[in-house]
Design a protein around this ligand. Structure first.
Ligand SMILES: Nc1ncnc2c1ncn2[C@@H]1O[C@H](COP(=O)(O)OP(=O)(O)O)[C@@H](O)[C@H]1O
Ligand SMILES: [Mg+2]
Length: 356
């Protein structure tokens, strides 16, 4: 009885072991399968993540490209608007200068003759008075009415001031022509000082009668010896104009500010613009334009040459002056344009261009 039982038990045990083994195998297979599935999942996830990352980078690049394109577009638009404006202004200025030139020449050319004729007539009257010291009553009365003695004295002064006036108009006309430079080839040899001076003549009214009861702005010229420079003269004048106008604005603001803080008359503001020219050690032309106006802080100074950057009121500032100047000096002439300034200590702009 016993051995059979053993055998039977053994068989049963074997069977159990087999079943267990099978179960184990199956669960091993399941585990393997599960592992495989999770591996697949993981790799899919990784792919998805890397694809996501890639597309994120692509989007960012695209964004950068778009931003660049927008910036370029803005600059281009600015250049277009400005060059359009400048050429329209240039044509107008040159036209006006031309139209005024002729009539002014009539006046200026004939003033000498007119003075000569008047003097001749006066001499004739003196001669009459010498030989006919006792004229008829009517003549005597007329001499009193027209105040002959006064006329004699005043006539010279009168002609003098007329001559000065006519000369001044000629000078302005000449400056307008120099400034617009339409009558000349684009890239040519010019006298830089002539360009600066013509710009100052055009701005004369703002220098003499600045806003806000500012005392007359003194322009101190410190011109060195310069050879004639090959450059785009009209555009260079545009740069001088932009920088000098900014200097005038800065001087006006500093007086307005002083009036507001109202620290009394202790502020003796002597508004000044200094213009210095010379040659640098590496043989470049250097022009420095400095004012003693409000100056600017670091924040403004770093944005100075950005298109559309302005601290001025709407309608007063466009924020284009220095951006355009930068392009003209750096891109057109291969030069340098820098600004040194601190709040309350004025500003200095340095232009350097290579001599060709
Ligand atoms: N001489 C200066 N003194 C103080 N600030 C200046 C001077 N020149 C320029 N700036 C500053 O730079 C800004 C940009 O000048 P600009 O490009 O000519 O544009 P806009 O004159 O139309 O404002 C001005 O708004 C001003 O804040
Ligand atoms: Mg300006």
């Amino acid at each position: 009885m016993e051995p059979i039982d053993y055998e039977k038990k053994l068989k049963e045990l074997e069977k159990t072991v087999r079943t267990l083994k099978k179960k184990l195998e199956r669960s091993e297979a399941d585990r393997q399968q599960l592992e495989n599935v999770s591996e697949v999942r993981e790799s899919i996830l990784k792919n998805v993540i890397s694809e996501l990352e890639e597309s994120q980078i692509a989007i960012k690049n695209r964004g950068d490209e778009l931003e660049d394109a927008l910036k370029n577009l803005k600059t281009l638009q600015m250049k277009l608007v400005e060059s359009e404006k400048m050429s329209a202004l240039g044509v107008m200025v040159a036209g006006i200068a031309h139209e005024i030139n002729n009539p002014v020449n009539f006046i200026y050319g004939n003033l000498n003759y007119a003075q000569q004729y008047f003097q001749d007539l006066l001499r004739l009257i003196v001669l009459y008075q010498k030989y006919y010291p006792e004229p008829a009553l009517e003549i005597k009365k007329e001499i009193e009415v027209i105040e002959l003695e006064f006329i004699k004295k005043d006539l010279d002064k009168l002609f003098q001031s007329m001559t000065v006036g006519a000369e001044r108009i000629s000078e302005i006309v000449k400056s307008l022509r120099t400034f617009s430079r339409l009558d000349e080839a684009e890239f040519k040899s010019v006298d830089i000082h002539e360009g600066i001076d013509s710009t100052l003549v055009i701005l004369n009214n703002r220098l003499k009668l600045p806003a806000a009861n500012l005392p007359e702005i003194k322009v101190i010229k410190n011109y060195g010896k310069l050879p004639s420079i090959k450059c785009y003269a009209g555009q260079m004048n545009q740069v001088f104009m932009n920088i000098i106008v900014n200097a005038i604005d800065a001087l006006e603001s500093s007086l307005l500010k002083a009036a507001k803080t109202d620290t009394g008359q202790s502020i003796t503001h002597h508004p000044e613009i200094q213009i210095k020219t010379g040659i640098t050690d590496n043989n470049w032309v250097e022009i420095r334009i400095a004012d003693n106006g409000i100056g600017m802080d670091e924040k403004v100074r770093t944005k100075l040459f950005d298109p559309f950057f302005t601290t001025k009121a709407v309608g007063k500032g466009t924020g284009l002056g220095l951006a355009i100047s930068y392009q003209i000096i750096i891109e057109l002439h291969g030069g340098k344009l820098e600004c040194y300034s601190e709040p309350g200590k004025g500003a200095e702009f340095m232009i350097q261009i290579p001599i060709r």
